[in-house]
Design a protein around this ligand. Structure first.
Ligand code: SF4
Length: 388
């Protein structure tokens, strides 16, 4: 976590591949999202709990700060449980380190400066451990959308680089271990490099890419991953050109597409669909603000009927002689809502064996998707075989 620099660690994947994105993004406002704010809150809670554990905060201050955080709009049982998973993981690591090393160093929310390789580059390590020639970086991720891997993750490598620069003159660091702890997806991902490998990457790969990005030189590299969180994603010409090129795809002249041509379209369909969605959202927001886009207008969407005043509705129905059974519906809460009320642990204990998960509907995804391919049983064909 940290304030935004032109070449931030969190956007390193983007500017290292699409060097020109860094300067292009400057012309767009850097807005925060509710997810980012929630993530910041989780970091604050995690830091407070770990500070108490390592004795870096007085009990009275801990209690006062905890109370403040508990009254924060983002505080709820599910978030607290997720942070507890991170804290438990960190404590386990701290204790294991103490067992094997006499004088380890533990740092929380440590500013890590990697400006030697990336101009004005810095980040914050959630937990940094230095012990016996090993440097350990742990990063808490609050997201629950996509599991983030630590493997070859430039953000993690930048944090590790910052820590290596900070401690290498004091300790003989040989190994760098980077871990992402993403409790809401049960994701713990660890990746290890030798200090030498990290420095070689920094010199040969990172530094030249950072220089290009800083200078606004290099390449545009539109792809699903680089463009996903880019602030220029709706109106970037490189992305548009890539997607429109597909639309101009030169098919053979036969009346029907071949399977190869269909596969070619499919390989880009997802990215094109996302691009269309981004550009639509961008234009719609401006049109609602009064800008004109030729051929488009703003209309009121569908809306549903609603009770103006529920209390009066109930009174009227009761006066008219309707019973509670006729007026009210009593439903079991959904799994997510109930899990939020009970907490994950109690939920799984109390309802052990009562939650089922039927196999998901078949869906086609690209080869790069991490899920395992399944063998589709064609029941209609099997039935037909049995009949003959
Ligand atoms: S939208 Fe994609 S191609 Fe365009 S600058 Fe951003 S990352 Fe690069």
């Amino acid at each position: 976590m940290g304030t935004h620099a032109l070449l931030s660690a969190s956007s390193a994947h983007r500017w290292m591949h699409c060097n020109k994105s860094a300067r292009l993004e400057e012309s767009f406002e850097n807005t925060t999202s509710i997810f980012a704010e929630e993530g910041t809150f989780m970091h604050e809670l995690g830091e407070l709990k770990l500070s108490r554990y390592i004795g870096a905060v007085k009990e009275s201050i801990y209690k006062k700060k905890l109370k403040e955080l508990q009254s924060n709009e983002f505080f709820n049982l599910e978030i607290e449980e997720a942070v507890e998973v991170y804290v438990a993981f960190a404590i386990e690591l701290i204790e294991a380190t103490k067992q094997r090393c006499k004088d380890p160093i533990f740092l929380l929310e440590q500013r890590l400066d990697f400006s030697k390789y990336v101009k004005s580059g810095f980040g914050t390590g959630d937990l940094v451990i230095v012990a016996d020639g090993t440097l350990e970086i742990v990063d808490l991720k609050g997201g629950k959308g996509v599991a983030v891997s630590a493997e070859c993750n430039p953000q993690m490598q930048l944090y590790a680089l910052g820590a290596l620069i900070l401690f290498d003159c004091l300790y003989d660091i040989q190994t760098v271990r980077m871990t992402i702890c993403q409790p809401r997806l049960d994701n713990i991902s660890t990746y290890e490099l030798s200090a030498e490998e990290l420095l070689t990457w920094a010199e040969d790969v990172l530094k030249p890419a950072a220089q290009l990005a800083w200078d606004g030189e290099g390449e545009f590299d539109p792809s699903e991953y680089t463009c996903k969180f880019c602030r220029a994603k709706a109106t970037c010409r490189a992305r548009a050109e890539k997607n429109l090129k597909m639309a101009r795809f030169e098919f053979r002249q036969a009346a029907l597409l071949t399977k190869d041509e269909v596969a070619e379209v499919l390989s880009q369909a997802d990215d094109i669909a996302k691009w269309c969605k981004d550009i639509w959202a961008w234009a719609e927001a401006r049109a609602i603000d009064g800008e004109d886009f030729e051929g488009f207008k703003i209309v009121s969407g569908r809306s549903n009927r609603a009770y103006g005043d529920e209390k009066s509705v109930i009174e009227k129905l009761t006066e008219a002689g309707y019973s509670d059974d006729e007026i009210y519906a009593r439903n079991l809460k959904g799994i997510t809502a109930l899990e939020k009320v009970l907490g994950k642990k109690v939920f799984s204990e109390v309802l052990a064996g009562l939650i089922t998960k039927p196999p998901g509907k078949y869906t086609m995804v690209s080869e790069s998707d991490k899920r395992q391919a399944v063998t589709v049983i064609n029941t209609a064909a099997a039935d037909f075989k049995e009949d003959i």
